[in-house]
Write a protein that binds this ligand. Sequence first.
Ligand SMILES: [Zn+2]
Ligand SMILES: [Zn+2]
Length: 366
Amino acid sequence: MPLAAGASGRIGCTYCQTLTGLVCASCKESPSLHGGLIPETPYCSDTCWENHRPRHENDCTKWKQRRCLFRAAQIVRDLFYHFAMHHFSTAISRVVPDGNELRIHEDPIAPESVFADFSANEFSNVEDLLTVLTYHQCTESLFHTTALVEALFFGITHSTKDIREVRHNVGTKYRSPMYVDQGPRPTLHDIWKITLKSDEVYVLDLAGAQFGNRDVVVPWQEYRSTRINGLEIERDLYAIRQEYTRGAIRDAEVDTEKEFRNVFIWHFTRTMDHTLKAWQESPGALKLHEIIALDNLTDYEAKRQGLFDQAINSVAAERKRLIKEKIIRLEDEATCLVLPRHSEVDGWIAEMKEETESLGQAGMGS
Ligand SMILES: [Zn+2]
Ligand SMILES: [Zn+2]
């Protein structure tokens, strides 16, 4: 069905000017680069849609890819925020706004290796909350979402080579978050840079809220001229996953007691990846890139919610299993989790080593 009900009532058909309430379904509700939506393209009939296709097709395809991009970005952001909320690295006891700074106080008696829920009730507004939630999380935001991004963008990029990690210097627009007993805040920031088949280039900035940038999708040119402050390195899709995994292995080998929090983060990310892989491979189910391309908004919303639920439930179930089997130990009114060394963890480290080797040769596949 190339046509769907439009939002603006009866207007003239683009081809024959007959009044109609129908519009091109492929590009309906596509975002404009300057905020809001692209105006709908009305047609009175399938015939007029077909007759006008040669003139409309280029715009239509470009706008639809943009719609897919914004949907993919929403899914990636929501899953990353959820991840950050429930697998937070620091036990925050208080956050005190002080002029241009957000001073973050940690719980002095919390165990060193924590895997806590984010203390969302310490904040009086959502801006401060997102700033602290994403603070120091840009590398993680890419590491968590690598396989997800690859699968979602399969249909609107030519290949995985069109998804790049960009590391750059950044300036701060919002209140600068700072842990009170640590050194100066970092200035390096990691983002995804994505080139669509339509040649439009975008940034997916998942942890930009720490600098006051809460819009996740930004056109590359605009991002580059307004948010990149010097130094800029571009790398392959899986470079950051490899770097993170190598670092986590190194930390775990240096200290056998506590320095393997990142091994757990790797494990939870892999748990989510397995769920996504199972989704991609289940017979008859829509692939991730097909979900974001759905023209029917209701269908899309239902699939999106289903995907989100399945991803977070798999991680929650694994967390529960690890607690039950005492691989994670609960402490301090269930807000803090201690990560004792365990033989299962050693098994993960062995798998991490295999992964970093195989990533050298190829991607994870979608
Ligand atoms: Zn017509
Ligand atoms: Zn269209």
